[in-house]
Each structure stands twice: as C-alpha cells, then as structure tokens.
Ligand binder design. Structure first.
Ligand code: TPP
Ligand code: MG
Length: 156
C-alpha cells in the first residue's frame, strides 16, 4: 500500500503512480499538512499488517514529524518511509520571498537515515538513482524483474 505526503511528493506521485492492486493506494483528499503520511502509514499498517506500507515524504515533511519514527520503533510498526531529499522546500520561496532572501528559509538540510537509526529504526541513505532498486529490495519491496522504469536523476 502506497501513500505520499504533501508538497512535491504529492505532485510527483499523485500524477504518475499507478495502483495495481485494490487498496494499493491510500490518498487523503484535498488536504495538505506536511508530515501527515507518516502517521497515516502507521495506521494503515496496523489496519492491514499483511501489507507492505510505503510512504513517500519530502525532507520538509520529515522535518515536521520525524520524531514519530520513534513511535514506529517503540510500537513495532514496520513501515517503509522513503524521503525524497532534495535539500529544499520545493518551489516554496515564492510564498515567502522576503524570508527566502533574508533568512534562506527555502533550504533544509539533514541526514534522515541517520536520524532514523538514532530513533531505533533501520535507515539507509541512497545517493545515486541506480542504487534505488537494490535499496528497495533490501527494504522488502518485490516486483517482477523487467517491469521497472528507469528512475529519474535528482531524487535520493
Ligand atoms: C504543516 C505544514 N506547514 C507548511 C506547509 C506549506 N508547504 C507546502 S509544501 C511545502 C514545502 C515542502 O517541502 P518538502 O517536503 O521538502 O517537499 P518538496 O516540495 O521539496 O519535494 C511547504 C512548506 C504545509 N503544507 N504544511
Ligand atoms: Mg524537499
């Protein structure tokens, strides 16, 4: 079961993700609070423990709720969280031009795989697109060989 967060991940997955099984995609309507997908994924996993539950988040999103990874560890809720770490609040400076110019609010930094490890869950940092497939397999994803599309450069 796949879900995504607000921000860029929503724009990117919501337009291209193709659900191939009934209830394989968990959307959350016209709502946009950053960080929501983490708790949503945990709830989905509790409701459907037999499924692999995956949530895609931006680095801005995990900045909002990342400490809740500790909840997943403590309550033993095994989900797969994928952080699309582009180092920014994507496309957001236009809403706060003065803060962007004076305080550089667009940028976000952090090593979220290390954060995950420190909170008791397994974390892995992927830096090159060609490493994504193997990392997903290590995280428990399976798919028939030859059915994946080439990932775009720029996501990690
Ligand atoms: C709690 C909350 N605060 C602020 C916003 C406004 N907002 C919408 S998208 C966004 C930037 C998202 O950045 P990121 O999660 O890194 O995703 P990206 O667009 O970079 O892929 C912000 C700040 C929001 N939707 N929710
Ligand atoms: Mg970002």
């Amino acid at each position: 079961m796949v879900t995504h967060d607000s921000g860029g991940p929503w724009d990117q997955l919501g337009t291209v993700y193709e659900s191939v099984t009934p209830r394989g995609y968990l959307g959350w309507g016209h709502s946009s609070q950053l960080g929501f997908s983490l708790g949503l994924a945990m709830g989905a996993k509790l409701a459907a423990p037999e499924k692999l539950v995956v949530n895609f988040m931006g680095d801005g999103s995990i900045g909002m709720v990342g400490m809740d990874l500790e909840t997943a560890a403590r309550a033993q809720i095994p989900i797969l969280t994928i952080v699309l770490n582009n180092g920014v609040f994507g496309n957001y400076e236009r809403y706060m031009p003065i803060a962007a110019e004076k305080c550089d609010i667009k940028k976000v930094t952090g090593r979220y795989a290390d954060l995950a490890t420190s909170l008791g869950v397994q974390g892995e940092r992927v830096e090159r697109p060609q490493e994504i497939g193997a990392a997903l397999r290590r995280a428990g994803c399976t798919w028939p060989r030859g059915t994946t599309k080439t990932p775009h450069a720029g996501t990690a």
